[in-house]
Design a protein around this ligand. Structure first.
Ligand SMILES: Cc1cc2nc3c(=O)[nH]c(=O)nc-3n(C[C@H](O)[C@H](O)[C@H](O)COP(=O)(O)O)c2cc1C
Length: 412
């Protein structure tokens, strides 16, 4: 007897990031999905990150396309199969395999894995996947503690450091911040049960982990643990960060210099959205910058990263590798960013939705969706390679580019 296929079984493959997002919305408990999707305060910057990409247009050629297109590139000294890098995010509670699944997908598709210092998996577990891993650090703790964390990351085999410094601890989100329990014990599970009870597949995945390891998902930050000590809770880690005095440019130079001595691998400053800051970052000796507003999670009202990209890339793109992140949802967005001067983009929510939708395969699916989108945009533009992309390949509306902090306009 031939086995009948269940016609209602969902094909796990998805054709766009929007479909992955919809699956994530259905699958994840509301507080978890809400934390991924939203931005700070009224959500203006998170919305603008995507809206701005949609303002940029094309005028494709009708004939003369290339039969083969090259989408590989080199960024921060690494050859990447596509100009898309995994941006560091704390992916607690999205999937039991968390950053390990994301790293495996990054390795399988030939790109860099950015690992957050707030991640739910240890840097050792993540580098063990074989992924080229860049470790991300906030400015948190004292210098000795930071040296110890950098030394540990280097010993684990990471190949670059991302310093994310654009965070202003803005509170008061119109969408209502999700409840993050201090720890996941039985009492918490009973209290939060109504929010997760309808999310069968998500519960089943975490239940599988519990049956296999006897461990509940813990909301800790293992990469911030003191040597030989326990990982702090998410709140403990956040408190340390909040109470650390903000860094100066001398601190950035110190961090860059220290990382160089420990590891000798690239140092990237993430969160730049002004020309004067980009120039100071170059003075501090960074190898790269990510033009970013933290996915709309920092100071709300900051323009979309794609709007401030070109003025910054024009000023420092010949001295350091400029990448950008914020709002990338399709291959054509990647191509637009490259045309305006980015060497590559970083993605955040797009892969988190892929992870929620289908684990490692879902993240690979997202990277494949982006690859094929990059390829078809190149075909339409009749270009043989991403390296040929220039601003003239886009239709850019008047006033699109936002130039902030040009030195001649800077206040003394
Ligand atoms: C849920 C979530 C957690 C994040 N956590 C971090 C983090 O720990 N470190 C960091 O540098 N950036 C973090 N980010 C910002 C991302 O690295 C990235 O800048 C942003 O997601 C890019 O915008 P996109 O989501 O539209 O792609 C986070 C973003 C989200 C959505």
């Amino acid at each position: 007897m031939t086995k009948l296929e269940n016609p209602w079984k969902q094909n796990p493959w998805f054709e766009s990031v929007a479909v992955a997002q919809e699956r994530a919305r259905k699958r994840l408990p509301q507080p978890v999905y809400g934390a991924l999707v939203a931005g700070s305060e009224r959500g203006q910057s998170v919305a603008d990150n995507q809206a701005a990409f949609a303002e940029l247009g094309w005028a494709p050629h009708v004939v003369g396309q290339h039969a083969k297109r090259e989408i590989a590139t080199t960024v921060f000294g690494h050859d990447l199969a596509l100009p898309v890098i995994i941006s560091p995010t704390g992916v607690q509670a999205v999937h039991p395999d968390g950053e390990v699944a994301v790293a495996r997908a990054a390795a399988a598709r030939g790109t860099i894995m950015g690992l957050s210092n707030f991640a739910s998996k240890s840097v050792e577990e993540v580098t063990a996947t074989g992924a080229t891993t860049f470790f991300q650090m906030y400015w948190t703790g004292d210098r000795d503690t930071m040296v110890q964390r950098m030394t540990r990351a280097h010993a684990a085999g990471v190949q670059g450091l991302i310093a994310t410094l654009d965070w202003s601890f803005s509170i008061g989100r119109d969408w209502g911040s999700p409840e993050i329990p201090e720890k996941v014990d039985l009492r918490t599970m009973v209290r939060m049960a109504p929010k997760v009870a309808t999310k069968g597949r998500w519960m089943w995945q975490f239940g599988k982990q519990f049956r296999a390891t006897g461990r509940l998902p813990d909301l800790t930050a293992p990469n911030l643990a003191p040597p030989g000590g326990d990982a702090p809770t998410f709140f403990g880690a956040y408190y340390e960060w909040m109470t650390t005095p903000p860094p100066t440019w001398d601190d950035v130079a110190w961090m860059r210099e220290t990382w160089d001595q420990i590891s000798g691998t690239p140092f990237v400053l993430k969160g730049v959205c002004r020309i004067d800051d980009a120039l100071r970052a170059v003075d501090a000796g960074v190898d790269g910058i990510s033009v970013s507003n933290h996915g709309g999670n920092n100071l709300d009202g900051t323009p979309a990263a794609i709007r401030v990209l070109k003025p910054i890339a024009d000023r420092v793109g010949d001295q350091v590798d400029v990448v950008m992140d914020g709002g990338v949802r399709r291959g054509s967005d990647v191509v637009k960013a490259l045309a305006l001067g980015a060497r590559a983009v970083l993605i955040g929510r797009a892969y988190l939705w892929g992870l929620a939708a289908n684990g490692q395969a879902g993240v690979e699916n997202v990277l494949d969706v982006l690859s094929s989108g990059i390829d078809s945009a190149l075909r339409g533009l009749a270009l043989p390679s991403v390296s040929e992309l220039r601003p003239e390949h886009l239709i850019v509306p008047d006033g699109f580019h936002v130039e902030v902090g040009a030195p001649d306009r800077a206040r003394p």
